[in-house]
Ligand binder design. Structure first.
Ligand SMILES: [Zn+2]
Length: 213
């Protein structure tokens, strides 16, 4: 369902919740698409390379749903079940399946346990510096990567790696809601992430950080 300024209802509530979970501020989740929600939508679209028109159509929904929550009736790629957490899961590294252990990193997301421990330390240090590092996408199952890849191939989503070959599938990459390269959060990461083992390793994606230890 396409939402725009002056839209109302439960879909708008869900949009506002998704924006909040991604680190944006649409105002209260009151189901009324007003100016605060419009600003948050435009900022979100700008961050993710979508047309920043403030209209929430299939592409914007698809990106919002990257974090695994599907508003009822949204016309977007169907979402697989949530990644299992705090236990052994099947991850993929360089196309090969392997069992990995994942742990929570906030916003209902997971990373491989060692990466998660380091990420959580980094997040705490950032918070002490007044910088928030909201998690937008962490570990992805094969089903999740397949649906993102299909969306990308169909021109409906951001660049996504071939299924089996995304570092998100090894639990090693984090998409962090940092805004642009000129944001305070990005600059903090550029100065500090390396000591926690994280490197910004995809050109044009200030949000994508990979654990390289
Ligand atoms: Zn990523």
């Amino acid at each position: 369902m396409t939402l725009r300024i002056n839209s109302r209802g439960t879909q708008v509530v869900q949009l506002q919740r998704e924006l909040k979970a991604a680190g944006f501020n649409p105002g209260s989740a009151d189901g009324a698409f007003g100016n605060n929600t419009l600003k948050a939508v435009k900022a979100y679209q700008k961050r993710y390379g979508l047309a920043a028109d403030g209209v929430v159509g299939p592409r914007t929904w698809n990106k919002l749903l990257t974090d695994g929550k599907k508003p009822a009736g949204a016309s977007a790629v169907s979402r697989p079940s949530a990644a299992p957490g705090g236990k052994r899961v099947t991850g993929y590294v360089n196309g090969r399946a392997r069992q990995i252990t994942v742990a929570p990193v906030g916003n209902g997301k997971y990373m491989r346990s060692d990466a998660a421990a380091s990420f959580n330390k980094m997040k705490a240090a950032a918070r002490r510096a007044g910088v928030s590092l909201p998690m937008v996408s962490g570990f992805r199952t094969m089903a999740q990567q397949k649906s993102l890849y299909a969306a990308y191939r169909a021109g409906r989503g951001n660049l996504a790696a071939r299924p089996g070959y995304s570092n998100h599938q090894g639990g090693l990459s984090a998409d962090i809601g940092v805004g642009s390269y000129s944001s305070r959060a990005y600059k903090w990461l550029a100065r500090n992430a390396r000591q926690y083992g994280f490197v910004n390793d995809v050109r044009g994606e200030p949000w994508h950080w990979t654990y390289k230890r």
